[in-house]
Design a protein around this ligand. Structure first.
Ligand SMILES: [Zn+2]
Length: 64
């Protein structure tokens, strides 16, 4: 049958047209924004990176 040739899972998009968005290497979500650290390593994207109030985070750290 015709669909026997299809791979079980398409890990990478084969075309990079306007319908194919870049994917985050961390969470795999399609995104147009990636975040990297000082070394240039991708640490996440707009889908899996969220801003945290640093003052609130600091207070939570000192609770332990
Ligand atoms: Zn992500």
């Amino acid at each position: 049958m015709w669909y026997d040739r299809l791979p079980e899972r398409a890990l990478e998009p084969r075309t990079y047209g306007e319908e194919s968005w870049p994917r985050c290497p961390v969470c795999g979500e399609e995104t147009d924004t990636l975040y990297c650290n000082e070394s240039g390593d991708i640490v996440g994207c707009g889908e899996c990176i969220h801003y945290v109030d640093a003052w609130q985070w600091k207070e939570e750290q000192y609770e332990f």
